[in-house]
Ligand binder design. Structure first.
Ligand SMILES: Nc1ncnc2c1ncn2[C@@H]1O[C@H](COP(=O)(O)OP(=O)(O)OP(=O)(O)O)[C@@H](O)[C@H]1O
Length: 269
């Protein structure tokens, strides 16, 4: 499933949030969206998953305007894991995951044994199989996130939108969730804060700054100290990770530099 967002502008009343932004994700590609807080990543994702309609430009999935698809057609093509969970009433974990099966059913059609099997398998994949009958509200932030990812998986859509999917997750689950998303082999667009996770998993990256798209390319092409300074305003060393062979970004603050003695400084000069 191919996504094209062409010349998108998004705004609220008189405020423009995104201005003339373009992005493409080829079928099967894993694309990351990076950029500072408030730069427009979530807004771009929301315009793609139809929560904030652009006032200019168009967005298509396999050539079809997403805003012209029915809600059901759209949900069969696109699954979304949002930044904040929109669950307002307490359900069990299994009930939440079963909601992901809705696009495959008729109105009021009961859940089948096959639906339950699909949901159980998804819970195993995110390491939450022993939580099926737990109340969703009683879960930790990371556990909730894994359940919402399971709900997106059972939707069996060919395009997955993730807004900071590793938020709340400990290191092990950050890698596990990214591994499992990549193993799906479907088209993925994910807003990510961790540049090293982005470098490890993404085929290509798009960079937002102040509501504009300022760069795109492979992590090898764009993750460099100059771009990171320009976009995020921080100093870095960027090397190649010895195990993964991917770009690895070391951040530092001047206040944390190793203090050198005057003798060492003059020796280094
Ligand atoms: N509903 C809204 N009302 C007013 N301003 C909004 C609204 N939604 C987004 N904005 C503003 O639009 C800008 C972009 O926000 P957005 O959430 O898209 O950024 P982001 O890159 O996802 O940030 P973060 O990394 O913090 O999640 C911000 O300045 C934000 O305050």
């Amino acid at each position: 499933m191919k996504l094209v967002a062409d010349n998108i502008s998004v705004g609220l009343e008189k405020k423009t949030i995104l201005s003339d932004v373009g992005l493409e994700v080829a079928a099967g590609e894993f694309v990351g969206l990076i950029g500072p807080n408030g730069s427009g990543k979530s807004t771009l994702l929301k315009s793609i998953y139809r929560t904030m309609k652009p006032y200019a430009g168009w967005i298509s999935l396999d050539g079809d305007d997403v805003y012209k698809l029915s809600a059901k057609e759209n949900a069969q093509r696109m699954a979304v894991v949002r930044q904040e969970s929109s669950i307002e009433f307490d359900f069990t974990v299994m009930e939440i995951v079963l909601m992901g099966r809705a696009p495959h059913k008729r109105l009021f059609q009961q859940d089948t044994e096959a639906d339950h099997d699909i949901c159980e398998e998804a819970l195993v994949r995110v390491g939450m199989e022993t939580y099926a009958s737990r109340s969703f509200f009683s879960l930790s932030g990371g556990e909730k996130q894994r359940v919402l990812i399971a709900r997106a998986l059972v939707q069996q859509a060919k395009f997955l939108v993730l807004d900071e999917p590793t938020n709340h997750l400990d290191v092990r689950y950050q890698l596990q969730v990214m591994d499992l998303v990549r193993a799906l082999g479907i088209t993925v667009l994910a807003a990510l804060h961790d540049l090293n996770i982005a470098a490890m998993y993404c085929d290509r990256l798009y960079v937002t700054k102040k509501g504009q798209m300022v760069a795109n390319g492979t992590p090898e092409q764009i993750l460099n100290p100059q771009l990171i300074r320009d976009v995020f305003g921080v100093e870095t060393e960027v090397t190649t990770h010895p195990i993964t062979g991917k770009k690895h970004v070391y951040f530092f603050s001047e206040s944390c530099r190793i203090k050198q003695s005057p003798q060492e400084v003059s020796k280094a000069q």
